[in-house]
Design a protein around this ligand. Sequence first.
Ligand SMILES: Cc1cc2nc3c(=O)[nH]c(=O)nc-3n(C[C@H](O)[C@H](O)[C@H](O)COP(=O)(O)O)c2cc1C
Length: 440
Amino acid sequence: MIGMPETEDVLDGLFFMTTHIYDSSYKPDLNAVYQFYLKDTDNAEYAFYLTIKDQAANYGKGVHENPDLKVYAGVNLWIDMASKKKNPIVSYLKKEYKMVGNPRLMGYLGSSLRRDYSNKSLKELGPEIDNHEKLTLWSNIKNIFHTAITDYIYRNQIYSGYTRVKKWEKPKDVIVLNGSPRKERAFTNFYLSRFIEGMEKAGANVELVNLADKKQFNKTEACRGCYACWKGKYKEVCVIKDDYTELLDRVENAKLTVYATPLYVDTVSAVMKDFMDRHFIYLTPYMNKHRKLTRHPMQDEHEKYITLFSVCGFSEVEQFKPLVNMFHAHARNSHKPLLASILRPASEGAYLNPFCWPYMPGIMASLEEAGRCLVEYGSVPSSILKKISSTPIPKHNWHSGPNLYWKLKNKGTTKPWVFLSNHNNYKSKKHGVTARLDEV
Ligand SMILES: Cc1cc2nc3c(=O)[nH]c(=O)nc-3n(C[C@H](O)[C@H](O)[C@H](O)COP(=O)(O)O)c2cc1C
C-alpha cells in the first residue's frame, strides 16, 4: 500500500530536477549559493540550498554556511513558481515571499532553469527517444484543431453515465473489484483507498477484492465460450468451477459494484476482462431491443448498479474514452446503470511529479467526497468528477519529468531520480506504511 509522499521527499525531487534543468549558457559566469527556507501548510520548515559553481548546479539539504541569497517562501508557492504556474516577479512584488541578499541572483537563476525535456528537445533524450517522429508545423496545426474539437466533444460526453436510477436506496454493502495486477501496492489502489474511505464514511460496508491476488484466486479460468450456461445440464450455471465462482455470484447480486481498473491498452486490465467475461452466465439466450440496440434479457432483473473507477498513465482525461464507452455498453448489456465514471489520469505522474504536490490534497479530498456522494445519492456531481481528473500543472511538465527520468536511466546514470527512488522505497511516517514497487 502506498500513501502520500512526505513534503521533504517532494522537495528533494524538486531540487534534484532543478539541477538538471539548469542551463549554464544563459550566464556562464554565475557562481552563487542560494539558501531556501520553505514552510509547509502545517508550518514545518524545510531548508535546502542550491549551489551554482563552475557551470554546474548541485543541491543539499540543510543550511549552507555562506549563502549569497536567502529565500523564505511557502512550499506550495515555491513549487508553483518552479513549474512556471506562477510568475516569481509578480509574487515577489505582491510580497508573497521574501529574499535576503541580492535579488538579481534570483533573476539569473530563473533564466537559467530552462532546459526542457518535453517534446521540444527530443534530440537530447538519448537514442531510444531520438527516433520519435518530429512534428511538422502542419501536423502541429492539425493537432490544435483536432484537440479543440475532441475537447469540446469529450467535455460533454466523458462523464455522462447511463444513469437511469429508479429510486436510490443507500446500499449497505458495496463490492469494489480492483483489477490492477500490482494489487494494493500501486496507483489504482492509492487513489481508490480514499474513494473507499468516502463510501465508508457514508455508512457503507465496503469489501475490496483484488482480482489478481493469487492467494485468494489461485485457480481461475477465462470464459471458454462453450455456451453450456445456456443449455443442457449446465443451464444457468458455469462449467468452470474455480476461485472466481463464488465471487461471481456475489457480484451479480450486489446492489453496487465498483469496477476499478488501470487503463491497459485503452480499456480494462486482462484480469478484469477475464472476470467480466464470466458474467455471461447471468444472461439468457433470448434477445430483445433496448434503446435501438439488441441485448439479452437477464435471469434476474432486480435493480443493481455499477460504477467505473480507473487510473491511467497519460495526462489527458480523454484517454479514458474507449474505457468509458466500454462501460456504457456493459451497463446496457448487464442491465445495471453506470452511476459514475471516476477517472484519474497521470496516476503515476501526479504522485511522482513534485510540481503536482500542491494539488494532491484537493484531488484526494475530491475522491473521498465522490465516494460519499455515490453511496448517499447514487451519483457524483460533475464538478467533483472534474476535480478528480484535473491535471493542474502546465502541460509540458507532464512530459519533461518522466522524460528526464528515462533519459537518466537510458544513460545508465547510477543516481536515479531521487524522488522516484524514494518513492520505490517509500516509507511514510504519517501513514505508517511501506512499499517497494520494484518488488511487486
Ligand atoms: C500493459 C499496460 C498498458 C497500459 N496502457 C495504457 C494506456 O493505454 N493508456 C494510458 O494512459 N496508460 C496506460 N498504461 C499505464 C497505466 O494505466 C498506469 O501505469 C497505471 O497507474 C497502472 O495501474 P497500477 O499503478 O495500479 O498498476 C498501461 C500500463 C500497462 C502496464
